[in-house]
Design a protein around this ligand. Structure first.
Ligand code: 2BA
Length: 94
């Protein structure tokens, strides 16, 4: 059973809903308050350790609960989410 680590960067206003939806679907999730390098606005990085067979389900849950938004004053659009899928060497629960 291989574990993956999702590292999902979402906008602040969506983060609570994303975490609640993940937990309701029995995924483990950890929210870290972060900030984007370009806009320097608060955003959230959500860590989700998940079996590789459930990666697509977890990403779909994240996607359903966040949305892209335009930031006209900066002339950019922030995407709904930026997701990295990382391999995990070991997953230990002590
Ligand atoms: P920020 O760095 O604050 O970027 C916000 C939005 O500004 C980006 O939306 C993109 O549309 C634009 N942007 C970012 N860097 C730019 C640049 N050098 N020149 C012109 N426009 C730029 P997203 O791409 O949806 O990214 C949303 C947030 O996700 C980012 O916030 C950052 O916190 C994170 N992120 C995105 N790509 C990343 C990456 N490759 N590595 C690490 N974090 C990333």
């Amino acid at each position: 059973m291989a574990t993956k680590l999702l590292l999902a960067i979402v906008q602040d206003q969506d983060a609570g809903r994303v975490v609640e939806a993940l937990v309701a679907e029995r995924f483990g999730a950890t929210r870290i308050n972060t900030a984007g390098g370009f806009l320097k606005r608060g955003n959230a990085t959500i860590l989700v350790g998940v079996d590789e067979t459930a990666v697509d389900d977890a990403i779909a849950t994240i996607d359903r609960n966040c949305e892209g938004r335009a930031v006209p004053e900066q002339g950019v659009s922030v995407g709904a989410g930026t997701v990295f899928v990382l391999g995990v060497n070991q997953f230990l629960r002590l």
